[in-house]
Ligand binder design. Structure first.
Ligand SMILES: [Zn+2]
Length: 394
């Protein structure tokens, strides 16, 4: 006998399951690294490339820099974009870097929840509580074969008969089968980086110059996001510690004030990356190691600095905006001890490494004659101008 746990008898629950797949969470305005930071990081990465491949990138440096913020704009066009920019790694327990599988399908399998809808009264049964559900490997097979290909549609519904090979249930106890992706909601950044790297290598293999530049520009954005400590936590805008606004303060305000005058952006030649998975996860882990300091230092100055001198008002594009005053920002910047510059330099070097690695993995194709890519993405720009974002704003 199967022993399902009955978790609900109402159809409301079904609705909640359907809608909980995505994007909730809101906070105040901001872009990772700001427009300025992302553009500068992508631009500087071009100068780290070796002579044989720099031609293609240099000719398109304007595009690579200007479009460095396209992935952020895309969050206004699709609900599935936001999760690619972060991973709330601390959501997954005390030792998340050991516990969270680094294979995406395994992570989704580990944390996802399966539901059966009872054929008789539409009761939703939490299938995961069933002691007779098949092994992790069988479930992973289901994720790879059935769920992954459909994940960009709404929460898929499966007919039970077709899934008996993956799970133990009797068809008379089940009319529909649902899978709730509990994992991706908390961010998929390192997995996205691996997939973008494969895309870039494929574009090089096909010698598709337009695609190379587009994907290289995008991966630059995601790698830069991965270097931001606040992109690795549920407390991404200090909202859990009464530090609202810290996100834009750290990653937009500080670079805007100090990068041009104080930072050294020359980081040397790109290196080949052998183990991509570890490379991307190490970036996230290092960002996360810096997180406590980002929060602690801000808390210290917030409490100790003269309240009246913390915020100033500036006119920008005919609007008055409230920003951290430059003296106050300077205090934060100095107490962080070069962290923002380090993370920006790290972003530039890592981006160049990934571009170079994709080119090497594709057999170092030649790009003597290359066109300048200039096409704009109309749909994305239109959605961005409308200003309605899907998911969180950081
Ligand atoms: Zn982003």
């Amino acid at each position: 006998m199967m022993n399902f746990l009955k978790i609900s008898i109402s159809k409301t629950r079904l609705l909640i399951v359907y809608t909980s797949i995505c994007f909730l969470i809101l906070s105040s305005f901001g872009y990772a690294w700001g427009f300025y930071g992302h553009r500068k990081i992508n631009e500087m990465a071009v100068y780290c490339l070796p002579g044989e491949m720099i031609n293609l990138f240099k000719k398109n440096i304007e595009y690579i820099s200007q479009h460095a913020v396209d992935p952020d704009k895309r969050r206004y066009a699709t609900p599935f974009e936001a999760v690619r920019h972060y991973i709330d790694i601390d959501h997954w327990g005390d030792n998340p870097f050991e516990d969270v599988p680094r294979n995406y399908a395994e992570a989704v399998t580990k944390y996802g929840i399966c539901y059966l809808v009872n054929g008789v009264d539409s009761t939703i049964l939490d299938f995961d509580q069933s002691l007779e559900s098949k092994s992790f490997q069988e479930r992973k097979k289901f994720i790879i074969n059935n769920w992954l290909p459909q994940r960009y549609e709404e929460m898929p519904i499966y007919l039970c008969d077709s899934l008996i090979k993956y799970f133990d249930f009797k068809s008379n106890q089940c009319s529909q089968f649902l899978f709730e992706d509990v994992f991706s909601t908390f961010g998929i950044l390192p997995y996205e980086l691996e997939s973008q790297q494969r895309k870039l290598t494929d574009a090089f293999l096909n010698k598709d110059a337009e695609k190379i530049i587009r994907v290289a520009t995008d991966i630059g954005h995601y790698i830069a996001d991965a270097h931001v400590p606040l992109h690795t936590t549920e407390n991404y805008n200090g909202q859990m510690t009464n530090q609202d606004g810290i996100h834009a303060f750290w990653e937009s305000r500080l670079p805007e004030l100090f990068a041009d005058s104080e930072y050294d952006f020359f980081v040397g030649q790109a290196d080949y990356v052998l183990d991509k998975k570890s490379f991307f996860w190490n970036i996230v882990e290092e960002s996360n190691r810096n997180l406590q300091k980002v929060l602690d230092v801000e808390m210290k100055i917030r409490n100790e600095y003269d309240q009246d001198k913390q915020y100033c008002y500036e006119e920008r594009l005919d609007a008055t905006i409230r920003l951290e005053c430059s003296e106050y920002a300077k205090e934060y910047h100095e107490l962080l001890g070069g962290m923002v510059e380090d993370r920006m330099r790290g972003s530039i070097k890592s981006i160049a490494d990934c571009w170079y690695t994709a080119w090497v993995d594709a057999g170092q194709p030649d790009f003597d004659k290359v066109e300048i890519i200039s096409e704009e993405d109309e749909i994305v720009n239109k959605a961005f101008d409308l200003g309605k974002i899907f998911g969180r704003k950081h």
